[in-house]
Design a protein around this ligand. Structure first.
Ligand SMILES: *[C@@H]1O[C@H](CO)[C@@H](O)[C@H](O)[C@H]1NC(C)=O
Ligand SMILES: *[C@@H]1O[C@H](CO)[C@@H](O)[C@H](O)[C@H]1NC(C)=O
Ligand SMILES: *[C@@H]1O[C@H](CO)[C@@H](O)[C@H](O)[C@H]1NC(C)=O
Ligand SMILES: *[C@@H]1O[C@H](CO)[C@@H](O)[C@H](O)[C@H]1NC(C)=O
Ligand SMILES: *[C@@H]1O[C@H](CO)[C@@H](O)[C@H](O)[C@H]1NC(C)=O
Length: 327
C-alpha cells in the first residue's frame, strides 16, 4: 500500500538531505549597543536602532548594554559610577551571557560616551570579549575640555556640573562622576596634558596610554579589530571639541586642530591605532547635524558596510537564543 507523505514531511526530508551540501547562509554577528549620557538601555529610540540593524542584516541578535536591569538605575549609571568598575561589569556580563559568549565575534556600536567605553572594553577585555568591528558616533576619544551636558533650566544637572567643575581632579569626583573620567586638561602653550590630568584621570589617561608606563595589552587588543569607524557630527556643539571623536587635539586658544596622525599617541602607537590604520582598519567619517542627530539612512549604511555577515560568521543563536527577549 502506498502511503502519501504530507508535503511538509517531504520538505523536511529534502531540506535535511540538502543541508550538508548547502550550508545555511551566514548569520550576522550579535550587535552590542552602548548608549550615551542620560539615556537608558530600554529607551524606545535605542531599540529603533536595534530593530533597524535586524532589518538590515536579518537575524541580528542585539544586546543593549546596561549597568542595571532597572532602566532608571541604568540611566543613573551614565552620570554616577566608576567607569573602571562599569567596564569590568560589562565585560563579565558579556562573558557569561548565553548567546553573546557563544558567538565567534561581536560587532559594537557606541553612542557618545558609550563609544569610548566600548573602546575601553576592547582594550581591557579583548581576550574575553571578541569585538570585530567598532563604530562610534560623536564620542570623546580625546576627552572633553568643557562640561556641556545640561539643558537650559535643569538645575539638578547644573548643580551636578557645579560638583564636576569644583573638584574635577579630586579622588571622590574621579571615582563617582562619570564625565570627569574623560575630562582632559591640556596646556595650550605646550600642547601637553596637564600633570593633574595625568595623575588623576580615572579613565581616559589610562585607556589612551598617556602615562609613562604603557599597557601593551591595550594596543594589542585595539589593533586586533577588523575595523574601527569613528563618526563626527558636523555641527556638534555638545562635544567640545567635537574633533575628539577622531582623537584630534584642538588648541583652545587658536582653535587649530591637530589630527590624530600628527599626534604622539599615533606616531608612537600607544594604543595600536597606527597598526590598525596601516592595515586599513581605521576609518574617519563625518555625518550631518548636531550631536546624536542620527538618520536611519546613515545607520543603515553603517549596518550594510561594517556589520554585514561575512563568510566566517556563524550559524546564529538558534531557537534558544532568539527566545531571550530583551527588556
Ligand atoms: C528580527 O526580526 C525578525 C523579523 O521581523 C523577528 O522575527 C526577530 O525576532 C527579530 N530579532 C530580534 C533579535 O529582534
Ligand atoms: C594591562 O591591561 C590588562 C587588561 O586590562 C590587565 O589585565 C593588565 O593587568 C594590565 N597591565 C598592567 C601592567 O597594568
Ligand atoms: C575605580 O575603581 C577601581 C577598581 O575598583 C579602583 O581601583 C580605583 O581606585 C577607583 N577609582 C577611583 C578614583 O576611586
Ligand atoms: C604651560 O606650560 C608652560 C611651559 O611649561 C608653563 O610656563 C605654564 O605655566 C603652563 N601653563 C599652565 C596653565 O599650567
Ligand atoms: C596654541 O595657540 C596659541 C595661540 O595661537 C599658540 O601661541 C600656541 O603655541 C599654540 N599651542 C600649540 C601647542 O601649538
Amino acid at each position: 500500500m502506498l502511503h502519501l507523505l504530507p508535503l511538509s514531511t517531504l520538505l523536511l526530508i529534502t531540506s535535511t538531505l540538502a543541508s550538508p551540501l548547502a550550508p545555511p547562509a551566514p548569520k550576522p554577528l550579535p550587535l552590542l549597543i552602548w548608549h550615551g549620557l542620560g539615556d537608558n538601555y530600554a529607551a524606545d529610540g535605542l531599540h529603533t536602532v536595534g530593530d533597524l540593524a535586524n532589518e538590515t542584516n536579518p537575524g541580528t541578535y542585539v544586546y543593549y548594554i546596561r549597568l542595571d536591569e532597572d532602566a532608571a538605575s541604568d540611566r543613573t549609571a551614565t552620570f554616577l559610577g566608576n567607569v573602571t568598575e562599569q567596564i569590568a561589569q560589562v565585560c563579565e556580563d558579556i562573558a557569561t551571557h548565553d548567546v553573546l559568549s557563544k558567538a565567534p565575534g561581536l560587532n559594537a556600536l557606541g553612542f557618545s560616551q558609550g563609544g569610548q567605553f566600548l573602546r575601553g572594553l576592547v582594550e581591557r577585555c579583548g581576550d574575553t570579549v571578541k569585538i570585530r568591528n567598532l563604530v562610534t558616533f560623536g564620542s570623546q576619544h580625546n576627552g572633553i575640555s568643557k562640561y556641556q551636558i545640561c539643558k537650559d533650566g535643569d538645575w539638578l544637572c547644573k548643580s551636578y556640573v557645579g560638583l564636576l567643575k569644583a573638584n574635577t581632579w579630586g579622588t571622590w569626583v574621579q571615582g563617582h562622576l562619570v564625565p570627569s573620567q574623560y575630562f582632559k586638561a591640556t596646556n595650550d602653550s605646550t600642547g601637553e596634558p596637564t600633570p593633574e590630568y595625568l595623575d588623576n584621570s580615572n579613565f581616559l589617561a589610562d585607556i589612551n596610554n598617556e602615562r609613562v608606563l604603557k599597557n601593551v595589552t591595550y594596543a594589542k587588543n585595539l589593533a586586533r579589530l577588523d575595523n574601527f569607524v569613528m563618526y563626527l557630527f558636523e555641527d556638534d556643539t555638545t562635544v567640545i571639541p567635537k574633533e575628539s571623536g577622531w582623537f584630534s587635539y584642538t588648541n583652545a586658544t587658536s582653535g587649530e586642530v591637530v589630527g590624530l596622525r600628527e599626534r604622539e599617541i599615533y606616531k608612537e602607537d600607544w594604543i595600536g591605532l597606527r597598526t590598525l590604520d596601516k592595515r586599513g582598519g581605521l576609518h574617519f567619517r563625518t555625518t550631518e547635524g548636531g550631536h546624536m542627530q542620527l538618520s536611519d539612512e546613515v545607520l543603515r549604511e553603517v549596518f550594510e558596510t561594517w556589520f554585514k555577515p561575512g563568510e566566517d560568521d556563524w550559524s546564529g543563536a538558534g531557537e534558544e537564543g532568539q527566545e531571550i527577549v530583551e527588556l
